[in-house]
Design a protein around this ligand. Structure first.
Ligand code: AKG
Ligand code: FE2
Length: 239
């Protein structure tokens, strides 16, 4: 079996896969520089690799939610996101022998003592009407570890398909919202939780139906994990 087939089989079995050393140090550097630039310009602070954690943590503490959200929204449409998409698109096309196109981008932001940006258990499918979307996430600045709250998945839970009965949990007006399956306690008994530990350069690709969540960040550093989502593309589509 060739390498791609091994990846495909594992992804189909587990509902996720960690692609080791998928992106280069240079590609990560570009992501980091752009983040410092955007956060510097919008938080009235000089943000660099050393102080980025302090700046974001204190902005969160001081409830600068709108400013943080502005940074986030500028960042996820920036050039590094556009460029890395090409790499993921090419890979997806080779792996699944199907065309995909951009659906959405985002960034997981994990801050100690804050659950405002943390997701409880959910499937991505619950957020979209479209079927067969695929999802990529990768850490920048620091690796994603159990200690800094990396996401965990219930391995193979994508086999459950779309779970229609969910509850929308939103802790406050400016918090993220989780579409949590009603029967999550039962599901947790049947599938094993796996923590997605990633070094810089690693990428996690996951299925729209895998059940996953954010974990608590116990570290002094913020966990920053850009996310890119694709939907199938119909090549006959005109627009
Ligand atoms: O990494 C996390 O905190 C969870 C992110 C998430 O839910 C996603 O990438 O869809
Ligand atoms: Fe998610």
């Amino acid at each position: 079996m060739n390498k791609l087939n091994i990846i495909l089989k594992k992804y189909e079995k587990d509902g996720f896969i960690i692609l080791k050393n998928f992106i280069t140090k240079k590609e990560i550097d570009v992501f980091e520089k752009k983040l410092f630039e955007i956060y510097s310009n919008n938080l009235k602070a000089y943000v660099n690799k050393k102080n980025v954690h302090k700046v974001i943590i204190s902005s969160e503490k001081n409830k600068l939610y709108d400013q943080l959200y502005l940074c986030y929204n500028k960042y996820i449409i920036s050039r590094p996101y556009k460029n890395i998409q090409k790499k993921f698109l090419l890979f997806s096309k080779k792996l699944f022998k199907k065309n995909y196109k951009y659906l959405k981008a985002g960034m997981a932001i994990g801050i100690r003592n804050s659950s405002r940006t943390a997701y409880d258990w959910h499937q991505e499918k619950s957020y979209y009407n479209i079927k067969n979307t695929i999802h990529f996430q990768f850490p920048i600045i620091s690796p994603a570890t159990k200690n800094n709250g990396t996401m965990s998945v219930l391995a193979s839970s994508h086999n459950l398909g779309e779970i229609k009965k969910t509850k929308n949990i939103k802790k406050s007006k400016k918090s993220i919202n989780t579409l949590k399956p009603n029967n999550i306690n039962q599901i947790k008994k049947n599938y094993k939780e796996k923590f997605i530990k990633m070094k810089l350069g690693d990428v996690c690709m996951f299925n729209e139906n895998i059940i996953h969540k954010t974990n608590k960040n116990y570290s002094k550093n913020v966990r920053l994990v850009p996310i890119i989502r694709f939907k199938p593309s119909n090549k006959w589509e005109v627009f």
